[in-house]
Design a protein around this ligand. Structure first.
Ligand code: ADP
Length: 421
């Protein structure tokens, strides 16, 4: 293993996995704190996906350190702590506390914090994070229910979360190249370990920052900060050419689609699949709550229809319908109930021979991966920006496409399955 990544959520982990795979690394994503180093798969990069973004800081630190230990034990030469490109955190953490703990464990002389992802409109200039043309603090992130971001100055934001000194590697320095960046970090850390916010308003900046961290034990950031890392390993003769990434072999078997997202993009995708004649089962939250609709009912409907052509099971609904259900059952309870049912359906479909499964919804994907008991996902080809096919590792392999709600073109479902041939 060359690179070990600790990601603070599941779809963020997929995002960075895809970034590394695109740059020619063989990547496996694992789910949850690894049991041990020997439990980790063999790959150029292993991405451990945690669900630690909004937990108490002490828990996030403990899980991240345990993951770091397993990654180091499996041979990782460098660790990347991956968080959201909108720097989702509070004054209590978890970006600062986790970074501080990893700096101490890895004896890192200095590290970077850079959430920039210019291709997705996240840029950092003079330490300030922009979302598109807006400062972070003017963007919709200011009203996030769990991690409202009301300060765009990342030096200030991160300094409130850590005892380590936080400084800045400004654009003027990054423009001068990797040696200048290294010089700036060494200066920041002249009295002991320090964190530098890395300015980056282009992919070139991200590649320079990456190059500056060749051989360093720790980086932190969004998936963009991973952009330059494969080239470091290639330059050191540790990684083959980009073309050498292994091919993706999807297992033969039945196809199915599960949609638990109610996002606009998913609503269009569910409609598109139905227009194309995909047999569809609509979940009714009221009937589920009353016990009149169960996973067994869905599976009894689905089994005779299974084959190469997909079936669709969806809870996807318009906002008014979702609101009505939430008012009746509570937002979290309604969500958990539907996630649980879709998880059971996924398990039943797998038992019935489904080997190619498309899932729509971030939380829904987490529930399905959990129900399937998939401990690791090998990253395959990209279907749409940010969404790859993955292959479950360990046990019977299954091809999974896990789509965050708002991702993908209108024909995503059928397009994804067609890709597998
Ligand atoms: P997205 O990626 O679009 O946010 P998620 O799967 O993360 O999708 O979240 C959608 C949430 O809404 C899940 O908890 C899901 O169970 C819940 N949900 C799905 N369908 C309905 C519905 N018809 N009514 C109420 N909640 C629903």
């Amino acid at each position: 293993m060359l690179l070990g990544v600790i990601a603070d959520d599941l779809t963020g982990a997929t995002d960075v996995s895809l970034m590394l795979a695109r740059e020619g690394m063989r990547v496996v994503q694992t789910v949850g704190v690894p049991a041990s180093a020997s439990a980790l798969p063999d790959a150029d990069a292993v991405v451990v996906s945690l669900k630690s973004r909004t937990n108490p800081a002490a828990e996030a630190v403990a899980w991240s350190l345990a993951s770091c230990e397993a990654l180091l034990g499996a041979g990782a030469r460098q660790i990347l702590f991956k968080y959201c490109s909108t720097f989702d955190s509070t004054d209590e953490g978890n970006i600062g506390p986790v970074t501080e703990a990893l700096v101490a464990r890895l004896k890192a002389p200095w590290t970077v914090a850079c959430p920039a992802f210019p291709a997705n409109g996240r840029s950092v200039y003079q330490g300030h994070l922009f979302v598109g043309q807006q400062l972070l603090s003017d963007s919709p992130m200011k009203d996030h229910p769990l991690t409202p971001m009301r300060d765009a100055n990342l030096v200030r934001v991160l300094q409130r979360q850590t005892r380590l000194p936080v400084g800045l590697a400004p654009t003027s320095t990054v423009n001068k190249g990797a040696a200048a960046v290294r010089g700036a970090f060494e200066a920041l850390a002249k009295d002991g370990p320090a964190i530098g916010i890395g300015d980056a308003i282009s992919d070139d900046h991200l590649r320079i920052l990456g190059e500056a961290f060749a051989g360093q034990p720790l980086l932190t950031g969004g998936s963009g900060i991973a952009l330059g890392l494969p080239a470091n390993f290639r330059r050191a003769g540790l990684l083959g050419d980009a073309g050498e990434a292994r091919s993706f072999g999807a297992p033969a078997g039945h196809s199915a689609i599960l949609a638990g997202s109610c996002s606009a993009a998913t609503r269009g995708q569910v409609q598109d699949a139905q227009e194309k004649g995909v047999p569809a089962f609509a979940l009714d939250p009221v009937a589920i709550a009353a016990g009149r609709m169960t996973a067994a009912d869905v599976l009894a409907w689905a089994r005779p229809k299974l084959g190469a052509a997909p079936i669709l099971v969806y809870s996807t609904a318009e906002p008014e319908a979702v609101r009505a259900v939430q008012e009746r059952f509570g937002r979290d309870e309604a969500g958990a109930m539907i996630e649980r049912l879709l998880g059971e359906v996924a398990k039943g479909l797998a038992a019935a021979g489904v080997k190619r499964l498309v899932v729509a919804g971030g939380e829904t994907s987490g529930a399905v991966v959990g129900a399937l008991g998939a401990a690791a996902l090998e990253i395959g080809p990209e279907i749409d920006p940010g969404v790859p096919w993955t292959l479950t590792a360990g046990g019977e392999p299954m091809a999974l496409a896990l789509k965050s709600g708002n991702f993908g073109t209108r024909d995503f479902f059928t397009k994804a399955l067609k890709m597998l041939g």
